[in-house]
Write a protein that binds this ligand. Sequence first.
Ligand SMILES: N[C@@H](CCC(=O)N[C@@H](CS)C(=O)NCC(=O)O)C(=O)O
Length: 208
Amino acid sequence: MTLTLYHAPRTRAFTALWLLEELQQPYEVHSFDLASGYHRSAEYLARNPMGKVPMLMDGQTPVSEMGAIALYLVEKFPDAGLAPLPGDAQRAEFLRWMFFVPGIVEPALAQKFFNWEPPRASVAWGSYDLMVEVAEQGVTPGPWLLGQRFSAADVLVGSALRFGVMFGAIDSPAIKAYVERVSQRPAFLRATEREAGLAPDTDDSAAS
Ligand SMILES: N[C@@H](CCC(=O)N[C@@H](CS)C(=O)NCC(=O)O)C(=O)O
């Protein structure tokens, strides 16, 4: 079954590209510019009703939402060693970090970017400050969230925190040092190179 990543440059789709490079499995990329509006086409929405990138096609099966894509892939390729599997003592900690990004980092960063102060006890992610505090604990002493063991959680959390640092929303030295560490992963560098070389497809019928 061919894995095809639906990707747009300079977006969260980079996280999927990086994860695919960490897995070292063959995959294809269908890259398009968001300005083309392809992600709002009926064909795309039938596969991902949110109309967002990334989206992965595993043969004819669409997988969307970065957290779901990551769990899907690490369980499909367990030999890559990117996830503690059920029964492993680090499984619970791994899952906590996998859900930390969509559940806590993403909304907390949006809160910061859009200068919104909802009541900490009422919103699911607590607050931006709480997110940073817990992320700092997670990346210290490191090198990875699971100590010496690098996992897909580092791809998710590393990408999200890097995004926060890049856009000036995170200033924590511990988090910046962690972002620096993940950015030196050979797979991260390969994904950066691959993204730089991707020409957006102009013929979207090639997507089917
Ligand atoms: N919840 C999604 C978020 C993905 C997302 O925000 N993608 C943005 C690009 S960074 C997007 O597709 N935006 C295009 C749009 O909404 O028009 C996930 O985790 O995969």
